[in-house]
Design a protein around this ligand. Sequence first.
Ligand code: SF4
Length: 120
Amino acid sequence: MKRLMTCIECPQGCSLEIEADGTRVISVTGQKCKRGDKYARQEVEAPLRTLTTSVLTRGLELRMLPVRTSKPIPKEKLFEAMEGVKRLVVTSPVKAGSVIATDFLGLGVDLVACRALNKI
Ligand code: SF4
């Protein structure tokens, strides 16, 4: 099976052609550097995404706190992660970069605040 994708590792945006057998990459062409090959293989074999969302707050100046995972997580875990985020409520003031949940859902990443929030 052939797949086409654009490498997003740098502004060049190389058009990649990937020959794959299911989720096993056989060959990658079109990349101008090694990062394109690595990107294509990661995307086909084990795609990762950084989760960006919001967590409910109580007693803080905004009702929702924007958060993100400290590193990308497996794409197939995004829905489970969103369910985990729905169970969280932040009640203490935070700074940008504060850890809201350590080793979030055992995924080996932290959930961190994207901005500061103070008490009302
Ligand atoms: S293959 Fe290399 S040069 Fe092309 S977009 Fe990816 S990182 Fe940039």
